[in-house]
Ligand binder design. Structure first.
Ligand code: HEM
Ligand SMILES: CC(C)=CCC/C(C)=C/CC/C(C)=C/COP(=O)(O)OP(=O)(O)O
Length: 324
């Protein structure tokens, strides 16, 4: 039996096709990487929480469209951020393997991709849901691109305090997708993420300080030092403790949430105290800072989970109606 008859010839002929398919797969994953999918998970989760917690009903298909729009608009802003920051991303160890610094995606392709997805997601939100949700989505997207990335990131250590507002919008957007408005309760959800962002990010900046120094980005540990950063983190986590109870106080969720928020808030504060007393200030050496960064993500996931579980009795009839 010749090689050709057992299919080797076919295999050789198929090789370029296989390579092309592999290439296409690699390109898809590069474009997905532009969307910062891991960060997006929590953005989407908090947006979903806004949808669940808002009073009123929404058809599940529309709820899914709203979540998709939040995910795509956030990812699109991330792609534009990677286009603008391609010079500093190439310098930092954490970001140097991203698709633009490695040459896998051209800068102009990335920015076009980001702009098209931004416009598409905002338009879909406006058409399928409502104009308030679409306007908030556009504001969040533009805030991350223009206020955080282009204006503040390279100028001031307060970059993430002000610019962090972008990431605080998703629950408000989810809420508005259901109600068509902005309420005190949705502002409380915004405030929670707004106050959470600085300790979340500065914990990372403490053990990635060298990266930011190298790239010349004025993050707080670089500009003001570790002690000042740790003090600020303590302040924000102290404020976060009572702020976490506001959704309960406003009746967004009940006592179960209030207990969870107190425990989680105290734990987050405990991490900030541990970071404060941790004397290991070598770049990359601070175990406490690493743990606090990881806990910050768990904290927000659990806060919104607790809020939603507390609303579960109200959700049940809703789910039954959807199922029916
Ligand atoms: C200006 C505000 C913020 C800054 C500067 C910031 C910065 C960062 C950075 C640098 C990382 C490491 C990312 C990586 O290397 O993959 C990170 C991780 C993360 N951030 Fe933030 N963040 C901010 C706000 C938020 C918000 C609002 C959320 C969601 C509500 C969020 C969710 C996450 C999650 C889930 C991760 C973990 C990703 C992973 O598993 O690697 N961040 N953040
Ligand atoms: C439309 C919408 C809902 C927008 C939300 C935008 C959003 C996901 C904000 C979170 C902020 C964020 C990921 C900052 C990363 O900082 P960086 O860009 O400095 O991080 P890097 O060094 O990893 O690039």
């Amino acid at each position: 039996m010749s090689d050709a008859s057992i299919g080797i010839g076919t295999g050789v002929k198929g090789a370029p096709q296989a390579a092309a398919a592999f290439d296409a797969g690699a390109r898809v994953s590069d474009y997905v990487a532009l969307l910062k999918p891991r960060v997006m998970s929590l953005v989407v989760f908090s947006g979903f929480a806004g949808l669940v917690l808002a009073p009123g009903h929404i058809h599940p298909v529309l709820a899914a469209v709203a979540v998709l729009c939040i995910a795509v608009a956030a990812g699109a802003a991330g792609a534009i951020n990677m286009w603008y920051d391609r010079d500093i991303d190439a310098v930092m160890r954490r970001t140097c393997a991203r698709p633009i610094p490695t040459g896998k995606v051209k800068p102009e392709e990335a920015v076009a991709f980001g702009i098209v997805l931004s416009l598409g997601s905002v338009m879909l939100m406006a058409l399928a849901l409502n104009w308030v949700a679409a306007a908030l989505l556009a504001i969040a997207n533009l805030f991350y691109v223009f206020v955080y990335t282009i204006w503040l990131k390279r100028r001031t250590p307060q970059n993430i305090v002000i610019g962090g507002a972008a990431g605080a919008f998703p629950p408000m957007i989810g809420w508005a997708a259901v109600t068509g408005d902005v309420s005190l309760a949705s502002i409380a959800l915004f405030a929670l993420i707004f106050m959470w962002t600085p300790p979340h990010f500065w914990a990372l900046a403490l053990f990635r300080r060298g990266d930011y120094e190298k790239a010349g980005v004025p993050m707080l540990p670089v500009v003001a030092g570790d002690r000042a950063t740790k003090l600020q983190m303590l302040l924000y986590t102290v404020i976060l403790l009572p702020l976490g109870l506001v959704p309960w106080w406003l009746g967004v969720s009940g006592v179960l949430y209030a207990v969870a928020a107190s425990v989680l808030g105290l734990a987050f504060l405990g991490f900030a105290v541990w970071v404060w007393f941790d004397r290991d200030e070598r770049e990359g050496g601070g175990r406490a800072a690493r743990r606090m960064f990881a806990f910050s993500i768990l904290y927000l996931f659990l806060m919104f989970t607790a809020m939603m579980i507390d609303r579960a009795p109200g959700l049940l009839p809703l789910l039954e109606r959807w199922a029916g």
